[in-house]
Design a protein around this ligand. Structure first.
Ligand code: ATP
Ligand code: MG
Length: 268
């Protein structure tokens, strides 16, 4: 059965949004020469939306996330996060970051890892932030508050990392392949849980993945980046009903969307 795909959009509306990138270029200079990791990225991510980033290795996905997180300054162009420079948003503790590796402190319990950003940042969460207890419950870890990281599975550690990223009540959650190291069943479960967290917190999410299926299942839109230099190839709206259910991945609509993403990815 032929399924009509919504027409891809070249970019989000140019104004407003939780994150706005205007002609963002990032170059790295090393002894081996200069690499243009990102070139002229124009992007506006609507507040409260869920965007997934997909592209070949080295196309600049992590670099783009790090620019938004104020970990890297662009060589040229402008980035606005929640209406201000990324540095200002970071200082206001409005940005949460989850890496591929949960990076928990092994000598602290799950609860103590979750509360760490509050201690480091002066003890205060933003208005509307959930309590560490509520967050551990939200990520399905009630009863594990006193467990140490070595007593938790990889998936459980990633859930602690998500709770930790949410503890200050961030309005922007940046996730760089957070489930890449997990088995598919655990990953599926965490995908559904993440959507639940997103729905109930209203935070804007930018999520990097190598998986076409994860990108299509999670995202309201998928941003495809091409490599060398990293640039926007296509922004694909995901026209699946919400809330998303894992069984949707077997529908003709999903299969068609995944096929489209794969074909574009092959040209990146
Ligand atoms: N700190 C750095 N110094 C020098 N070059 C860098 C640095 N960080 C990234 N690069 C280069 O920038 C390019 C983009 O890297 P980036 O890590 O953003 O890619 P990626 O899309 O996240 O890749 P992957 O899917 O493998 O994680 C690569 O060519 C990489 O070698
Ligand atoms: Mg990366």
């Amino acid at each position: 059965m032929a399924v009509a795909l919504a027409k891809p959009e070249p970019s989000f509306a140019a104004v407003g949004g939780a994150v706005v990138c205007e002609r963002v270029t990032v170059r790295f200079t090393t002894e081996r020469g200069t690499v243009t990791a990102l070139q002229d990225i124009d992007l506006s991510i609507p507040t409260g939306s869920f965007l997934t980033l997909l592209g070949p290795s080295g196309c600049g996905k992590s670099t783009l996330l790090r620019v938004m997180a104020d970990l890297i300054e662009p060589s040229s162009g402008r980035v606005t996060v929640l209406g201000d420079a990324p540095t200002v948003a970071r200082r206001r503790r409005e940005i949460g970051f989850v890496f591929q590796d949960a990076a928990l402190l092994p000598w602290r319990t799950a609860m103590e890892n979750v509360t760490l950003p509050l201690e480091v940042g002066g003890g205060k969460a933003l208005p509307g932030a959930r309590s560490p207890h509520e967050l551990l419950k939200l990520v399905g870890l009630s009863g594990w508050e006193e467990a140490y990281p070595h007593e938790l599975s990889g998936g459980m550690r990633q859930r602690v990392a998500i709770a930790r990223a949410l503890v200050s009540g961030p309005r922007l959650l940046l996730m760089d392949e957070p489930f890449g190291a997990l088995d598919e069943i655990t990953r599926d479960r965490l995908n559904e849980e993440l959507l639940e967290v997103w729905r109930s917190t209203g935070t804007t999410v930018v999520f990097v993945t190598h998986s076409i299926y994860e990108a299509a299942f999670l995202g309201e839109k998928v941003l495809l980046l091409a490599a060398r230099p990293g640039r926007v190839r296509e922004l694909v709206p995901i026209t699946l009903p919400t809330p998303r259910r894992l069984a949707m991945r077997e529908t003709p609509e999903f299969v068609a969307l995944a096929g489209h993403l794969r074909r574009v990815l092959e040209t990146c």
